[in-house]
Design a protein around this ligand. Structure first.
Ligand SMILES: NC(=O)c1ccc[n+]([C@@H]2O[C@H](COP(=O)([O-])OP(=O)(O)OC[C@H]3O[C@@H](n4cnc5c(N)ncnc54)[C@H](OP(=O)(O)O)[C@@H]3O)[C@@H](O)[C@H]2O)c1
Length: 326
């Protein structure tokens, strides 16, 4: 099979498409013929060797896929060859075939196409867990989303709106402001041009926000923390800026704020019933047309490095997908 191969941790430009042996199938696993692989920010960190975990080398990046089951392990029940499925696999997805544990497999609903299925889980499942379990966002509350044009950020914008919150999106360029306007969002801040804290103060009449959703970190995190009102919850989702944000704990005391970590991988591994309930609720929102990933561009496997580069250089709005096998 063909795969995008990482032989040493380093720049994404070093990745090459090669012919490799298909992975072996374990008894509790399912083999998927991959049709599309969604690209996420952690894919780049994994290749660079900067992620919390380091895959054994060589490996193929690509953490979420959609495709058709071609083979099931002897201990697998309830899944069969020919079924359209999506899976979160953390790596291995930029390849014509992947094997995934049966518990990581979710059937693709009839109404969902395979491009959408390939990008649905990375952003929306994380954002939903963050806002539902970690942030306990309530209808009528105000949500500030940083990196609102990114994969996880745009998912948080859609889910926040669907949960009945007032949603303020903050992005780093005019192009992303325009893209979010086209998605029907009106309260937008361009932190490439405006002071975030001042802009939130103006929009909220000085009241501040109830929940901050931060996948960016760094300097912006510090500014965003100062926009939280009493009882505010600050959700630490990621560090796309490459910098871990600093927090002055006196703010927590003064405003009775909570700084809350979000780790979907841990949640996925340890809270099976909640994971499944979240997924059912997300699917209902999708079926109602209230959430849907925005696919910015589609690439082939040969163009996969360019797909990763659009995420690394901040030019993607929403998600990019790599298609495989024609
Ligand atoms: N906690 C979890 O469970 C979990 C799960 C999934 C992902 N994550 C993390 O969430 C973060 C975002 O993931 P994503 O897939 O949404 O990524 P993404 O699509 O690339 O979005 C990240 C956003 O961050 C902003 N940004 C600011 N400085 C940046 C920089 N130096 N480089 C790149 N982006 C920068 C960009 O928006 P502007 O250009 O508008 O500033 C970009 O749209 C990552 O750190 C990822 O590891 C965490």
């Amino acid at each position: 099979m063909k795969a995008l191969v990482c032989t040493a941790f380093g720049p994404i430009e070093d990745l090459r498409v090669q012919d490799v042996a298909p992975p072996a199938l374990g008894e509790g696993e399912v083999r998927i013929r991959v049709q599309a692989c969604g690209i996420n920010f952690p894919d780049i960190l994994l290749v660079q060797g900067k992620y919390q975990v380091r895959p054994p080398l060589p490996f193929f990046p690509g953490g979420e896929v959609a495709g058709t089951i071609s083979e099931v392990g002897t201990a697998v029940t309830g899944l069969k060859a020919g079924q359209r499925v999506m899976a979160t696999i953390f790596w291995g997805g930029l390849a014509e075939e992947v094997v995934a544990p049966a518990k990581a497999i979710v059937p693709v609903p009839d109404a969902m196409d395979m491009l959408c299925a390939a990008v649905f889980q990375g952003g929306h499942t994380t954002a939903y867990h963050a806002l539902r379990q970690r942030g306990a966002l309530k209808p009528g509350e105000t949500l500030l989303v940083l990196g609102a044009g990114g994969g996880v950020g745009m998912a948080a914008m859609q889910i926040g709106r669907a949960m009945g919150a007032r949603v303020i999106g903050a992005v780093g360029s005019a192009r992303k402001v325009e893209a979010l306007k086209a998605e029907g969002f009106e309260e937008l801040i361009d932190y490439g041009r405006e002071d975030l804290r001042e802009a939130v103060r103006t929009l909220t009449g000085g009241a501040g926000v109830d929940v901050v959703f931060d996948p960016v970190g760094g300097e912006l995190f510090g500014q965003a923390c100062r926009t939280a009102r009493r009882n505010g919850r600050i959700l630490i989702v990621g560090f796309a800026s490459g910098q871990i944000g600093q927090y002055a704990t006196n703010l927590a005391l003064l405003k009775e704020n909570a700084v809350i970590g979000v780790n979907y991988q841990q949640f996925f591994a340890q809270e099976r019933a909640e994971v499944e309930r979240n997924f059912t609720e997300l699917m209902a929102l999708y079926a109602q047309g209230r959430i849907s990933p925005r696919i910015d561009r589609v690439f082939t496997l040969e163009e996969a490095v360019a797909a990763l580069a659009t995420v690394a250089d901040r030019s993607v709005v929403g998600k990019v997908v790599v298609t495989l096998g024609g």
